[in-house]
Design a protein around this ligand. Structure first.
Ligand code: HPA
Length: 266
């Protein structure tokens, strides 16, 4: 049985209006969706690695009355050196008819006016890893254009939702740094010069895969810390997990508004 068949047998095959991936420290947002979870380990080719703060399971169910597929976690490139680790989940969601993907992550801020606890919608990204999930893809379909990878309709709708929720949603460029070690202060100074606003270890491979499958995609970062050298606080994964809930509450407020008024364009 394909993953689509397994998921349809469990959840039915009504259209999925939005697919979502939850980042570090954000996996509890899966509880906002009704229904029983299925473990990634029950689905062929889904990653079941283990970064703490991630929940390797998914659900399809209602969120604000809209049918969503929500993944409680992801596999990162730094876990096994596989940038395409999220390919099968994204392929499956697309095969099930999800046309929109919203990615979330925890990230460090490069901007003094974007403090921990802020949320930022990605206007664009910079791939600093030199890696790409489509390396090895044999067909010409691998030459995916990324000129407007971050969907303008979804971004506009997310900003409107933030306004209705009374939350400030920044806009900015996300830099993918492979990790798992954090950056040095010199690297952060470089990333600022290059035009980055936030830095993190995920999301970009999934944006590329989503565009490969011709899904519309947008992403939101929850800022958990100032990047290396920009403040006196010690950066750590523990710190990321402990700070994520502050921005997560803001993200959740935006998601409720976004889903309430979800329309075909946004
Ligand atoms: N750098 C990279 N990834 C991160 C950070 C950071 O400062 N914070 C949370 N994820």
């Amino acid at each position: 049985m394909s993953n689509e068949d397994i998921l349809r047998a469990k959840y039915g095959d009504a259209p999925i209006e939005l697919a979502m991936v939850l980042g570090s420290g954000l996996s509890h947002i899966i509880d906002a969706v009704d229904g029983e979870a299925i473990k990634f380990s029950e689905l062929e080719g889904f990653p079941h690695g283990g970064v703490s703060g991630h929940n390797p399971s998914m659900k399809i169910g209602l969120f604000e009355g809209k049918r969503v597929a929500i993944l409680g976690g992801r596999q990162h490139y730094y876990e096994q050196g596989n940038a395409a680790a999220m390919r099968e989940p994204i392929r499956t969601l697309n095969a099930m008819g999800a046309k929109r993907l919203l990615l979330t992550n925890a990230a460090g801020s490069l901007r003094s006016d974007m403090a921990p606890g802020s949320i930022m919608c990605l206007s664009d990204h910079i791939n600093m890893s030199g890696i790409n999930p489509l390396i090895g893809e044999p067909s010409d379909a691998r030459f995916v254009p990324l000129t407007d990878a971050h969907d303008s309709g979804m971004r506009t709708a997310l900003h409107k939702a933030a306004n209705r929720a009374g939350e400030t949603l920044r806009d900015g460029v996300y830099v993918w740094w492979s990790g798992p070690s954090f950056e040095t202060p010199a690297e952060i100074r470089m990333l600022k010069i290059l035009g980055g606003d936030a830095v993190g270890m995920s999301t970009v491979p999934e944006v590329i895969l989503a565009r490969y499958y011709k899904m519309r995609v947008a992403a939101i970062s929850v800022i958990t810390n100032m990047a290396a050298g920009l403040s006196s606080e010690q950066i750590s994964h523990e710190h990321t997990k402990s700070m994520a809930p502050i921005g997560a509450a803001r993200l959740e407020a935006v998601l409720h508004e976004y889903l309430q008024e979800l329309d075909p364009e946004g």
